[in-house]
Design a protein around this ligand. Structure first.
Ligand SMILES: Nc1ncnc2c1ncn2[C@@H]1O[C@H](COP(=O)(O)OP(=O)(O)O)[C@@H](O)[C@H]1O
Ligand SMILES: [Mg+2]
Length: 381
């Protein structure tokens, strides 16, 4: 059955006839007529094509539309991509923006993307972003192992995104040599769909999919809207997305309100604490304090700077600490295999516990603890 498309506020005859000739069932109306065309409770069209050329993108009009027709796709055509209007629209889940002049093929591609069944998943996936207070603090180790632990716990498709615009090394941690990178996704954000994304990610031996770090300079500018649109799209494609995030690119940091939780990594060194504190403050303002969680990497209980000191400097509770275990961390890194798969130690256990807690999954008692506990309860050992 052909797709039904409601063309809103457009005087572009070529667009109307072009879509009709390509087999769409096209109706035309002004934005204000929509509710009378589709009475409350009616299904509405498969997609709305909102033509805002000649006017400021009316994000106000898009909110009621999305509310009344939550399952209909929305594609917006605009003269200019106004960042504020787009941001508003993105918050409503509208990620398809076509800058004028538009080619019919681009419109069709966008319509296809917004009407595709979301690979049998109706709920958006969850995205966790890991940002280090400084380089070397252990954030890639954390991102790689949290993602692997999530995949291990749920057996669901899990994507690790290396959002470094230069010198990201998640691929080394996972033992792969990717052909495509996050830049290919960002540069082609308009045509990203499930099939295209599948071609860009690198499957890894541990079962994660990797969208690898940039290996060349970006063509054009990296803007918040593009990064945000990418994160939203990734959440629609995977149940679990973990981002190993650069902190040196403001576009990336500013787009993190698209993540469900942002994990700020510090250690017990003053320079790291100082920059982590600034980072945590900026992120709290951007994403809301409840979405920011603090972590201490290579935690040393004997350190002069203790957990309470860290909490004072960072202005919040430390949710997770990961013990220091350089040998295990480096051995896994050099093998290209996440340590949660190869180690039974405390560091691996702390990653698994954190992953389950962050993702709201039930905790499992560890083998040894369970054995001991059962033995004592049941008196069998
Ligand atoms: N908990 C830990 N204990 C000891 N060493 C660690 C720990 N986590 C990471 N490392 C080591 O620290 C170094 C930097 O880690 P990495 O994750 O690449 O940091 P970042 O991504 O913040 O630059 C690596 O050699 C890694 O093996
Ligand atoms: Mg790193």
């Amino acid at each position: 059955m052909s797709l039904s498309v409601a063309l809103l506020g457009s005087s572009d005859r070529d667009l109307f006839t072009g879509l009709r000739d390509r087999g769409y069932r096209v109706s035309e109306s002004s934005a204000s007529e929509v509710s009378s065309l589709y009475p409350p409770g009616a299904k509405g069209p498969d997609a709305f094509l909102v033509d805002t050329r000649g006017i400021v993108p009316p994000s106000r009009d898009l909110a009621p539309l999305k509310r009344q027709f939550p399952t209909a796709g929305v594609v917006v055509i605009a003269d200019t991509l106004d960042p504020n209007g787009m941001l508003e629209a993105m918050r409503l889940g509208i990620t398809e923006w076509l800058p004028a002049p538009v080619a019919l093929q681009d419109v069709e591609n966008a319509l296809r993307r917004v009407t595709r069944p979301v690979s049998s998943r109706t709920v958006a996936g969850q995205c966790f972003a890991v940002v280090g207070g400084k380089g070397g603090v252990g954030s890639t180790t954390i991102a790689v192992n949290l993602a692997t632990a999530l995949h291990k716990a749920t057996a669901e498709p899990t994507l690790l995104v290396d959002m470094h615009m230069a010198q990201g090394d998640a691929a080394i941690f996972l033992g792969v040599e990717p052909r495509f990178t996050v830049l290919d996704a960002l540069e082609n954000i308009q045509r990203l769909d499930d099939a295209y994304l599948k071609g860009l990610v690198t499957p890894t031996p541990c079962g994660l999919d990797l969208l690898a770090a940039a290996n060349r300079p970006l063509i054009g500018t990296l803007d918040v809207m593009r990064v945000r649109a990418l994160i939203e799209f990734l959440k629609s494609a995977y149940p679990w997305v973990v981002i190993d995030c650069t902190r040196s690119d403001s576009s990336v940091i500013e787009s993190l309100d698209a993540a469900n939780t942002v994990l700020v990594v510090a250690n017990q060194e003053l320079p790291t604490l100082r920059s982590a504190s600034r980072l945590a403050m900026a992120l709290r303002q951007r994403c809301g304090a409840n979405r920011i969680k603090l972590m201490i990497s290579r935690f040393d209980s004997q350190s002069e700077i203790d957990r309470k000191d860290v909490e004072r400097v960072l202005g919040g509770k430390v949710s997770y600490t990961f013990p220091s275990d350089y040998r295990t961390a480096v051995t896994a890194l050099n093998k290209g295999e996440p340590l949660v798969l190869s180690s039974q130690g405390l560091l691996a256990a702390s990653f698994e516990t954190a992953a389950r807690e962050i993702a709201n999954l039930p905790q499992v008692a560890r083998e040894t603890a369970r054995g001991g506990l059962f033995a004592r309860l049941g008196g069998k050992r």
